[in-house]
Write a new protein. Sequence first.
Length: 537
Amino acid sequence: MKLNIFICLNLFLLSGQLFSQQLNYPLVNPYFIDLERALYAPNNYFHTAVKPWLIPEINKITNIDSLKTQYCIKSNYHRKFCNAVWDKIFNENLIKLNKEGFQMTIDPVFNFELGKDIHNKSYDSKYVNTRGILAEGTIGQDFSFSSTFYENQSTFIDYIDSNIRNTSVVPGQGMIKSFKKNGFDYAWASAYISYTPSKYFNIQFGHGKNFIGDGYRSLLLSDNAFNYPYLKISTNVWRFKYINLYGEFQDLKSPHSYDLGFRKKYGTFHYLSFSASKRINIGLFESIIWETADSTGFRGFDINYLNPVIFFRPVEFSLGSPDNALMGLNISTKIGKNYVAYGQLLLDEFKLHEITSGKGWWGNKQAFQFGIKAFDLFSVKNLYLQTEYNFVRPYTYSSRSSLQNYGHYNQPLAHPLGANFWESVNFLKYNYKRLFAELKFNYAIYGADSANINFGKDIFQSYETHPKEYGNYTGQGLKTTLTYKDFRISYLVNPATNLNISLGISYRTEISSLTCRHSTFVYFGIRTSLHNFYYDF
């Protein structure tokens, strides 16, 4: 038994040498609950809200490869070739190169899913057919790279299909082309290079997503929208972590020329995370979104927002307030040994006298979040509970035009519901060895637009079209109740790539005075879970 554990430990440590440099941990809701538990332990200063997490920073708290040894399956074959095949399937990367000064892994990535909406029996079976490749590596000690490509053909159940046909984009995954009768064809690619010139700095340039927050959702910056080009500079000094993030986003709604492609807009973000103690973390957030062209012609990347340590709002005001400025706060506190409370506050517009007046001014554009995570609930190892509440007022994240709103590729950069809603998200997770179970329950109430009136949910509409100055409230418009329940059981085939087999069922209702939609979707899939894709809206 000790020999088997020793073999497994060395197997993962050997493969882990390829990833111990400057790579990111995949931006996915952690498959390994014990990893998140370790990072939130009350004896460290880890900045959990800045994602994706950098693997060398994780390894200062807990060794990822050591955590994975508990999932190692030792083969019973006596032949060396059979053992090698077994390990490639169940324990390690498909291709590994380890030369002097250069390490690299290559893996196939895929998602094959088949399902059926049994509530609407007239509908055909739905499927996802995704094939791709992931290549990651390190050159020397300070430089790493990662590249992923997916090719997809899919059909979706009714509410997702309607959303795709309305936006021309698969949620979080790119623009569509028609495929056969009712399907979609779409590609998805991401990549980044990561360089750490000293222990204080990490610089990343890539095409992907970022996330700021401790919750399932983020009201500041989430991974809901499609990939975008970005430059990120991370600074770690004492108990501080400071993020400078610069991104380019695309607007699909504004008229554009064939030669120049979709209209562009830029975003720049600051996030300062401070560990006030080992139990309390406070983060300050600010961002500016501006269009690349204004009434005077081409504007490009405004160098006024390039300064990495300046406050954006005074700068934006000095330019005549032409841009979309947001400010926010993120807080997390560790309670006892196994509990974490977290929250966010976002200010898109703030006039104290309008807020305190209680008159429902349309420009009271704020959002907040509160949530709790519980590890080893009721002293049951690996039993995890998370409950979260999100509240976003009407017209939040919107601007005068979609070229300045807080969106990208017809999708919000924060919450998938946009604005004008409140939502409760709840998870119960448990795993035993490689067997995982998850129960999710979402409940939301939002105000949809009706009669071509902008009630504040669609962030891509101009806030100048609001119908009234006062008397606005969250949920105004066509009151809609959304319920989403999902239960799945998964078996982790290979922890090196999160390859898993899943069987599940989801139940969704969307009810208003005009509509009553139901779906009961039963699905089976085998996939490499390396990214978050949100269909619970």
